[in-house]
Design a protein. Structure first.
Length: 372
């Protein structure tokens, strides 16, 4: 997948504000008014793994609640993609508060969860504007936003800001570098290892890149530069993890949250620039299936897509909305320079799956650092 195809504009924008909008699931069509009524009868939506500072989900959740009057039960905001899948499996027969209705996971987790029968098909009203290579044709999963991996650096502690992956090996970054997740279960951490491996094997397949990434982190750990802690804005500010590798949208939102205390710099590396698409899906065992569908309609509406962009996430309908003049200039002005993304690569699903298998399966034996 290329950055161009990931954001290709497809069909004309369909507004959810009109009574002509329809929500589709398989061959069953329901008007938006009927869907809203059915969701309100259920009264609640259960989400999982949606930190409020990730892609502006705090505002997204509040906007959804205000618009439709539903409660949102938020499970384990800091869970990884693998944890979300396990939560569905563990609650197949449970209609209580621990069963998630919806998930937001890394691209490779969508098809695998579908293959296990864990996802319910659903097509939102703006379905045609989601690029073909970022969705399942039958609606089991669909891309929602994307970004690139970047370094966020605490400048109160780090004098020389690293500009590329090789810099992280320098002695001056002893006990400084961390991942924003456990690479055995977190899509963000898995992609970070993949990005590091891409530097050494730019033309390699997924497994080769994954193994090269493991070798990089093995050496980083042996050098004493890797900190086996799940990094966050808090650990960055405290100095526990002064160089944090995570998605650019999380890094930029974190920078804004800190408001210069401490001052941080966000750097897109010169090489090994990996772009990742995250996908939405509805659990096949969702206790609140209509609320889940309504949530999807909200996320993929103009309002929801702009809410993602406010959190520095490139929404999946970005190009179509831009063509239609629906993106305010002040939002565009807050994004990093376009040239920083010129070298970005979108790994194919096959490459991601192969890399994921290598990284999750061999992290313990190769790197030997328990991230927690």
């Amino acid at each position: 997948m290329t950055s161009r195809t990931c954001t290709t504009a497809l069909a004309t924008v369909l507004s959810l504000s009109t009574s002509l909008a329809f929500a589709q699931s398989g061959d069953v069509a329901m008007s938006m008014d009927d869907l809203v009524a059915a969701a309100k009868q259920e009264g609640q939506l259960t989400t999982i793994a949606l930190p409020h500072d990730w892609c502006n989900y705090g505002e997204m959740i509040e906007g959804f609640k205000a618009k439709y009057g539903l409660e949102v039960n938020e499970l384990n905001p800091n869970a990884g993609s693998g944890d979300e899948i396990e939560a569905i499996k563990a609650n197949k027969g449970n209609t209580g508060p621990q069963a998630p209705d919806v998930i937001d996971v890394g691209l490779s987790f969508g098809p695998s969860a579908m293959a296990e029968g864990l996802l319910a098909p659903y097509k939102v009203s703006t379905w045609d504007e989601i690029p073909e290579d970022a969705k399942d044709a039958d609606g089991h999963w669909y891309g929602d936003y994307y970004g690139v991996l970047a370094f966020q650096v605490n400048k109160d502690i780090i004098d020389n800001v690293p500009t590329d992956w090789a810099d992280l090996m320098k002695p001056e970054y002893a006990n400084a570098v961390s991942l924003a997740g456990d690479p055995r279960s977190s899509a963000q951490a898995i992609q970070s290892v993949y990005a590091a491996g891409l530097v050494a094997t730019p033309d390699g397949g997924g497994e080769a890149v994954g193994k090269a990434g493991l070798d990089f982190f093995k050496k980083l750990n042996e050098a004493g530069n890797f900190v086996p802690v799940v990094g966050s804005t808090a650990t960055l500010a405290q100095g526990t993890t002064p160089v944090l590798i995570h998605w650019d949208y999380n890094a930029l939102a974190s920078r804004d949250t800190l408001k210069g205390n401490p001052a941080t710099e966000v750097v897109v590396p010169k090489s090994g620039v990996v772009a990742g698409v995250y996908v939405q899906a509805i659990s096949a065992f969702a206790p609140h299936p209509n609320a889940a569908k309504l949530w999807m309609e909200y996320l993929y509406s103009d309002e929801g897509q702009l809410t993602y962009l406010k959190g520095y996430c490139h929404p999946i309908r970005f190009n179509a909305m831009s063509k239609a003049g629906k993106i305010p200039q002040e939002l565009l002005d807050k994004l990093p320079p376009a040239e920083a993304y010129d070298a970005a690569k979108f790994p194919s699903l096959d490459d991601q799956n192969a890399a994921k298998a290598a990284i999750t399966g061999e992290w313990d034996s190769v790197v030997g650092a328990t991230v927690q």
